[in-house]
Design a protein around this ligand. Sequence first.
Ligand SMILES: [Zn+2]
Length: 216
Amino acid sequence: MLWLALSLTFACLAIRELLSPWNRDHPQPIHPPYLLLVSAIAIGFAWPPVSTWRFERFLESRARVLTEGRPVSVHCNTLFDTMLDPNALAAGHANLATGEIVLQKPWCSTLRDYLDDPASADQRGIQSLNLFTHEVMHVRGLLDERVTECHAVQYNRRMAELLGVPAPLALDHARRYYRESYAQRAEVGGLSGSYFSPECAPGRALDLRLPHSIWR
Ligand SMILES: [Zn+2]
């Protein structure tokens, strides 16, 4: 909102400058350098929210493939949104009734950076992919965190491909998440451990035997 308010302020200055020759009290010629400057600043302030809005719509369109018709919307929280969010301590959350997925700051930026350059992905970038997949799994109707996380582990490959990650990297990153971050959940225990299940393994009870399995 702050960015849009600043953008609107400078847009008003640009409009006032455009109308200055027709000012009844003090008609003045238009000063092109000033008009260009305030117009450029207005566009500059408008870009971050517009860019985020486009990224949210992109994530929604790809998530919709996996939610198989269920409504889904994505919102990237600003710092201000996060401060007001009752679930601020969770990296993300989803509302099963409305299909709304919320990603806390800075996870949207982390996911965007990962998608911009998947070949240079680090563990946190891959975790941002899994976070998004996890919330999409909730929108598919899953409530239990262990089951949801295990489905996300297996759908990360497909989600990454839908988001534009090249197929070999998508498979590699999905396997890295399972091997590193998911395995760490078992070691750390506590809240993180509540997302882990020993049944989330090839041939075990939670194996979905997907055609795009990460285990075969
Ligand atoms: Zn969850």
